[in-house]
Design a protein around this ligand. Structure first.
Ligand SMILES: [Cu+2]
Length: 118
């Protein structure tokens, strides 16, 4: 019973760490250079990408996570859904966007990221 309680505590701790404490890094788009985003260990890194209004943007995803969860990256506001092959760079060209925030995530929304256009 004690073993079970300890295991439960560890799982709760992991969930807290996974969803709240593991703060993702940020990236700022510059000079039309592609922004590299690594898909691994349940997070996009960086998970927040800043760009300016009117700036076209290229995101270069590198999927390292083999779980099927990481297979797609979707941009619901942009109507985009792109397959990410494992171990390959996948470039996604985005049009110049209006000011605002645009989410991107895997199909189950476990991987989550955000474009911040301002
Ligand atoms: Cu997923």
């Amino acid at each position: 019973m004690l073993w079970f309680n300890l295991a439960a505590l560890m799982i709760i701790g992991l969930i807290v760490w996974w969803f709240w404490l593991d703060t993702p890094a940020q990236a700022q788009a510059r000079n039309d250079r592609p922004i590299a985003i690594v898909v691994a260990n349940g997070v996009y890194q960086p998970a927040r990408v800043h760009a300016s209004v009117g700036q076209t943007l290229t995101l270069r995803f590198l999927r390292q996570d083999t779980s099927p969860c990481a297979e797609l990256v979707q941009f619901p506001e942009l109507g985009l859904s792109v397959t990410l092959p494992i171990g390959h760079h996948t470039e996604i060209q985005l049009p110049a966007l209006d000011k605002g925030e645009y989410a991107f995530h895997c199909q189950m929304q476990m991987y989550r990221g955000k474009l911040i256009i301002d």
